[in-house]
Design a protein around this ligand. Structure first.
Ligand SMILES: NC(=O)c1ccc[n+]([C@@H]2O[C@H](COP(=O)([O-])OP(=O)(O)OC[C@H]3O[C@@H](n4cnc5c(N)ncnc54)[C@H](O)[C@@H]3O)[C@@H](O)[C@H]2O)c1
Length: 350
């Protein structure tokens, strides 16, 4: 991690001084503040829900040193205050400041709003059981939070994340572009899958390009037909028998249950995933990530690889799925569509 003092010694800034060229930050690849020449980050992130997941996301963001201010909010004010004091101790080495906000409408000027508020799974409980409780929580938050500035991106993490993203996109369709409302989706599941595949072959996880598609839940699909290791299809590896691939898929799907059974919540993995999504937005990196967004072919929000940058989702990646993967994905899509339609019918935003 770079220290603040390194930020201030940009060689490019010195080289371009006085020549009318706006310096480019060496680390973030974003424009520096031309007036002050300051290289420190400028973006503001609001996190609604400061429990295990919200505080882990804040912690990962602090270590990335890409945000000026993080505003934490929770209905449990005392707990939130404690979380902020603890995060403040963690942030002393970076340029990030952590604040406690009492009301969600104080977050309206944020560049990204992350929502982790809501009930979490009990051991062995499917994520979809949370829908009624968390849809009402989401409605109560949005009623006080809206309107947001035009450039703001909402990043949903609360479960069931695909259904909630779908519902929030529908509720907000008159005043926010779909591309700016995304869910963390199957990004975490995809990382879990990549780790499991990389361990089998003893190759770096960075060389594994494999995806979990569909629901961040029990119907999720390991898209075998489009997965590659170092550019080579999985069928080229004798280690990957049919049974092994089922085992790897089950390992990725069941990992959350294994963690929750032992420690009651998952936090570090999702914290890093959400901070990475924020990084791609803030630095306009245009990384391909399997987050939840609207897919025109399936006409709903699903976990699918898309390009993520400063304006949210800019491109839905084309994938040539084979029939078996496509059939399983269609079943996952149906699960998301059915539950979302039920909720939208029963709960209005205003
Ligand atoms: N998408 C993913 O990959 C992923 C991964 C892990 C957890 N999750 C989900 O994230 C959510 C949070 O999990 P957690 O472990 O942090 O739970 P947690 O119980 O530790 O924290 C949730 C927090 O939300 C707060 N809250 C409830 N209603 C609120 C409201 N109206 N406004 C503000 N705050 C409110 C609670 O007070 C609590 O502190 C759950 O729904 C969980 O299933 C998603």
């Amino acid at each position: 991690m770079q220290s603040v003092s390194t930020w201030r010694r940009s060689p490019l800034k010195a080289a371009t001084k006085g020549r009318g060229v706006q310096p480019r930050c060496q680390r973030l690849h974003v424009r520096c503040n031309a007036r002050t020449g300051c290289n420190l980050p400028t973006k503001q992130i609001g996190i609604i829900g400061s429990g295990s997941v919200g505080s882990a996301i804040a912690s990962s963001l602090i270590h990335k040193n890409i945000v000026k201010n993080i505003y934490m909010n929770d209905i449990n004010h005392e707990m939130c205050r404690g979380v902020v004091l603890d995060l403040e101790d963690e942030a002393f080495i970076t340029g990030t400041h952590v604040h406690h906000t009492m009301a969600v409408n104080e977050l309206r000027d944020c560049d990204i709003i992350i929502i982790t508020a809501g009930a979490k799974q009990k051991p062995d409980e499917p994520r979809n059981n949370l829908i009624e409780r968390n849809a009402i929580i989401m409605k109560n938050i949005l009623v006080h939070l809206l309107p947001l500035k035009d450039t703001c991106i909402i990043l949903l993490v609360s479960n069931p994340v695909d259904i909630l993203t779908n519902i929030v996109q529908t509720w907000c369709e008159d005043f926010m572009d779909r591309s700016r409302i995304i869910g963390s989706g199957t990004y975490l599941d995809t990382q879990r899958l990549r780790v499991a595949l990389s361990k089998e072959l003893d190759v770096s996880v960075n060389s594994v390009h494999a995806y979990i598609l569909g629901e961040h839940g029990d119907s999720q699909v390991f898209a075998r037909s489009v997965s590659r290791i170092g550019g080579s299809p999985l069928t080229n590896f004798p280690e990957f028998t049919q049974q092994k691939l089922y085992d790897v898929e089950d390992e990725a799907k069941g990992k959350a249950y294994e963690i929750i059974k032992r420690i009651g919540a998952t936090s570090h993995g999702i914290g890093e995933c959400v901070a990475s999504i924020c990084e791609s937005i803030i630095l306009d990196k245009n990384e391909v990530m399997s987050v939840t967004s609207y897919h025109p072919k399936y006409q709903t929000c699903i976990g699918w690889p898309v390009v993520i940058g400063a304006n949210g989702v800019s491109r839905v990646m084309p994938l040539d799925l084979q029939q078996d993967d496509e059939d399983r994905l269609l079943r996952s899509v149906e699960v998301i569509k059915e539950i979302s339609a039920d909720v939208v019918q029963n709960i209005n935003l205003f």
